[in-house]
Design a protein around this ligand. Structure first.
Ligand code: DQA
Length: 146
């Protein structure tokens, strides 16, 4: 199984950005954590980060027929991007949404998730562990579909 793991804007500044909300560990540590989780689950990871909405749309389109699942933290684009929602729906690759913080208990604008409307599950407020849960959930979901 191959998973594309997408991280959206400003997540590359983890550690520096609002550490009270997002933690002190940097993006490199997150990438390594995700990579290790995938390897432990026997999944081939493809890691991608971009600050650009169109680049994320392009990457989702490129994944068509090339990956089995997508784990996505669209960051701020979660709450604004119909384009990312449409791309996920277009390629019909099972996807799971992750947020480091508990978006449901923050500002009201963070309660809307467009990308989440195309996802089979969401994990929020668990920090890095949310990615592990998303990877395991997606693997079990895909196995149950066979
Ligand atoms: C985030 C939550 C978003 O609301 C925010 O814009 C982010 C990160 C999270 O991982 O908690 O950039 O997706």
């Amino acid at each position: 199984m191959k998973f594309l793991i997408i991280n959206g804007p400003n997540l590359n500044l983890l550690g520096l950005r609002e550490p009270d909300i997002y933690g002190k560990e940097d993006f490199h540590a997150l990438q390594r954590f995700i990579y290790d989780c995938c390897v432990e689950e026997g999944i081939e990871p493809v890691l991608y980060q971009s600050n650009h909405e169109g680049a994320i749309v392009d990457r989702i389109q490129e994944a068509y027929n090339k990956v089995d699942g997508i784990v996505i933290n669209p960051a701020a684009y979660t709450h604004t991007s119909v384009a990312i929602l449409d791309a996920l729906k277009a390629v019909r690759i099972p996807a799971v949404e992750v947020h480091l913080s508990d978006v449901g208990s923050r500002e009201s604008f963070r309660r809307i998730s467009y990308a989440g409307m195309a996802c089979v599950g969401t994990f929020a407020g668990l920090g890095f562990e949310g990615y592990r849960k998303a990877i395991r959930f997606l693997k079990e979901y895909l196995n149950s579909q066979q």
